[in-house]
Design a protein. Structure first.
Length: 197
């Protein structure tokens, strides 16, 4: 698995979306997904639907196959904080004890447990709520609405200094995916994960 480092990349987002809308890229994407066994290379989700192709070096002009990997939607949005609200949604939370990769994989399981009315539904809802409460730490420390990824992402873009993301404090921040924002994807993913719950 490759590590996830939260990022802002407005130029990359534009190129990523242009490429995504290009039907000629569909066949190429399928080759990458097949090579990666339809498995997200960041959190390990295996699914034949709702996967993306991400450039490892975040340079969307470098489209060598060795630089392209499969990523689920939850992991994809982590590389474009400024566009999170238009992609799926989420909230920044203070969560130094686990990695972003682990959080995304854990959220897949939580969402399936909630969507499929398993006997773990209530526990999953409580866990997700407690994770969401960790956004309050960011608001208390940094200011109102800075737990919103698009707002923080825009501030970093306007500061014109991505090195801000290398500061130690950002090693403690995670993007908690929105359950509602990924409802369609979660319903699809639930079918492949549910038998294990």
């Amino acid at each position: 698995m490759y590590p996830i480092k939260l990022n802002v990349n407005p130029k990359g987002w534009r190129l990523f979306m242009q490429r995504k809308m290009d039907r000629r890229f569909d066949e190429f994407s399928y080759k990458i997904w097949k090579r990666d066994d339809f498995t997200c290379q960041f959190c390990g989700l295996h699914s034949k639907k709702y996967q993306e192709v991400i450039n490892l070096d975040q340079n969307y002009m470098n489209n060598k196959t060795s630089n392209l990997v499969t990523a689920c939607s939850l992991c994809t949005q982590c590389f474009f904080l400024e566009a999170v609200e238009s992609y799926g949604g989420g909230t920044l939370v203070y969560l130094p004890e686990i990695s972003q990769n682990y959080l995304n994989g854990f959220c897949h399981v939580l969402f399936v447990a909630m969507n499929n009315n398993t006997h773990y539904k209530e526990t999953a809802q409580n866990l997700y709520r407690s994770l969401k409460l960790r956004a309050q730490v960011i608001e208390d420390e940094w200011g109102m609405q800075l737990q919103e990824p698009a707002i923080l992402g825009q501030l970093i873009i306007e500061a014109d200094d991505n090195r801000l993301l290398d500061k130690k404090i950002f090693n403690t921040i995670r993007l908690l995916p929105s359950r509602a924002g990924f409802r369609v994807q979660n319903n699809e993913w639930s079918g492949s994960i549910h038998p294990y719950l």
